[in-house]
Design a protein around this ligand. Structure first.
Ligand SMILES: NC(=O)c1ccc[n+]([C@@H]2O[C@H](COP(=O)([O-])OP(=O)(O)OC[C@H]3O[C@@H](n4cnc5c(N)ncnc54)[C@H](OP(=O)(O)O)[C@@H]3O)[C@@H](O)[C@H]2O)c1
Length: 252
């Protein structure tokens, strides 16, 4: 059996897919569980990655981060199949674009905050069965309170790019979740990280070519996957409990 069992939520697309690809190409030590709300999308992702040749192994699991029954069933299945989890990557997220304000706020908070909170709660005992457990949350370096507070007054046109604010509010709340988990479980051995993946190609902004590529400005999500590889291979252990990016740490 692989020595490192990794579960990535929303792994059928974007950063989750790219991270899965990076990990299973890097080493035969990794078994990545592709968690997706759609079994079909998870299986398609597994086939696509396997077809390119991998060292590690893959499996799939149904997991809708807004559905408590789905979360508990996934945790029970991982317990039954593996008995532990070494890395939990709370990656699934939504941008909340194209909705009225109330729907956008509810969707962002439910998916980007409540979901990760409930998933971490459900999988924590399995993480503590690991000798070296990691809890990684995909956040956003652009959405910290500090950065936004500074930009409100200094960045020309800031109010135009802000949108409804639902996504920013959700990532700021997620950051608090990370700080609280690090405070409570860090001393017990859980290595907790918030990850700023960079501005990368994905479906977060929409599925048109322009939106996926961030109007030609978005980078390669495999670079975000490489940051996760660095974390789980211990190269970022000095930054544990922080909001990290490719080259360092952001203030909260
Ligand atoms: N791309 C960037 O530039 C960027 C920058 C900063 C932070 N992030 C963060 O990176 C993370 C990954 O997003 P991405 O950019 O890779 O976008 P993406 O391509 O849209 O991937 C998001 C993933 O989350 C899944 N998801 C959404 N709602 C879900 C739910 N209720 N249950 C289970 N899965 C759900 C999606 O599934 P479906 O395919 O079924 O919709 C998809 O697999 C997010 O947390 C996002 O906020 C991205």
């Amino acid at each position: 059996m692989a020595s490192t069992i990794v579960l990535i939520t929303g792994a059928n697309s974007g950063i989750g897919f790219a991270t899965t690809n990076v990990l299973v190409k890097a080493s035969n030590a990794f078994h990545v569980i592709i968690a997706s709300r759609s079994v079909e999308k998870a299986q398609a992702a597994q086939s696509e990655i396997e077809a390119t040749g991998i060292k590690g192994t893959l499996s799939t699991i149904q997991l809708d981060v807004t559905d408590q029954e789905s979360i508990e069933a996934a945790a029970a299945k991982v317990k039954e199949e593996f008995g532990r989890l070494d890395v939990l990557m709370n990656n699934a997220g939504v941008g909340g674009i194209g909705h009225d304000m109330q729907t956008g706020f509810k969707l962002c908070l439910e998916t980007n905050v409540v979901g990760p909170a409930m998933i971490s709660e459900a999988f924590r005992t399995l993480l503590f069965e690991s000798k070296n457990p990691y809890s990684i949350y995909v956040s956003s370096g652009e959405r910290t309170l500090l950065r936004n507070a500074a930009q409100v007054f200094t960045r020309p046109g800031y109010e135009k790019v802000r949108g409804s604010g639902a996504y920013q509010v959700s990532k700021a709340a997620l950051n608090m979740l990370v700080v609280l988990e690090a405070g409570e479980y860090g001393p017990k051995g859980l290595k907790v990280f918030a990850l700023s993946p960079g501005f990368v190609v994905s479906n977060l902004r929409g599925k048109s070519e322009e939106a996926r590529t961030g109007w030609g400005k978005a980078g390669n999500p495999e670079v975000s996957g490489q940051i996760v590889l660095d974390i789980v291979q211990g190269r970022r252990d000095a930054d544990v409990g922080s909001l990290i990016h490719k080259d360092g740490v952001y203030p909260w």
